[in-house]
Design a protein around this ligand. Sequence first.
Ligand code: PGA
Length: 263
Amino acid sequence: MRLIIHPDYTGVCRWVACYIAGRITRFAPTAAKPFVLGLPTGSTPLGIYHELISLYREGSLSFAHVITFNMDEYRGLKPDHPQSYNRFMWENFFSFIDIKRDNVNILNGMAADPARECAEYEERIQAAGGIELFLGGIGVDGHIAFNEPGSSLRSRTREKTLSLDTKRANARFFNQNPDAVPASALTVGVGTIMDAREVLLVVSGYNKARALQAVVEGGVSQMWTASCLQLHERALIVADEAATDELKVATVRYFKTIEARQY
Ligand code: PGA
């Protein structure tokens, strides 16, 4: 696992956007060999999407041959609901880049048969050749996608009940009312994320410090599902200083030393 620490959120977003752009450009995607990118929603990726849009506008990045798979979607929200992740992605990212509509994959939270919707999502990922790079955030409860504490570390895409921590954290988008947050979501599983050839987790802010400490210094645990990254061969965590507040000084120093040697 690599842990890259930047002084602040702005630095995190710039670095992550440049990293993603570099991965896509070096991959040299074509229609026959597209780059398959897994994407999150939430506050954390907003700055990254902003930077990626800038890189696209500068002409240094194209999404013409990129296929995306979003991590999750609330159950019961229509795609055009103001808080649906479908709408979030179009309003904050997809509308501003050259991605083809058919190359965007987002779970349908209104599916009449959610189990089938989830199984077909897994099939679509397989058919696209698997995910090359999965970008993710982390919840205050340590979740990755909506794999809440107690999720199987081998889980696949399925419907998952949201934890109280998640409902409280996301209440800010639902008139500060945790009870207005949908009770469940369709989400890729921990196993789905682990199948990606690379996973990049972005962590920002002091409210994520406990989760980051558990993921980096704790054991692999279903109670902090992002800790699955310890078992991934190519896992990268990019964090700001505030998020490292609960890590040991020696841990921070060690990871900083490793990164200083890369340049
Ligand atoms: P946030 O959400 O970026 O809005 O903090 C992250 C998550 O819940 O995974």
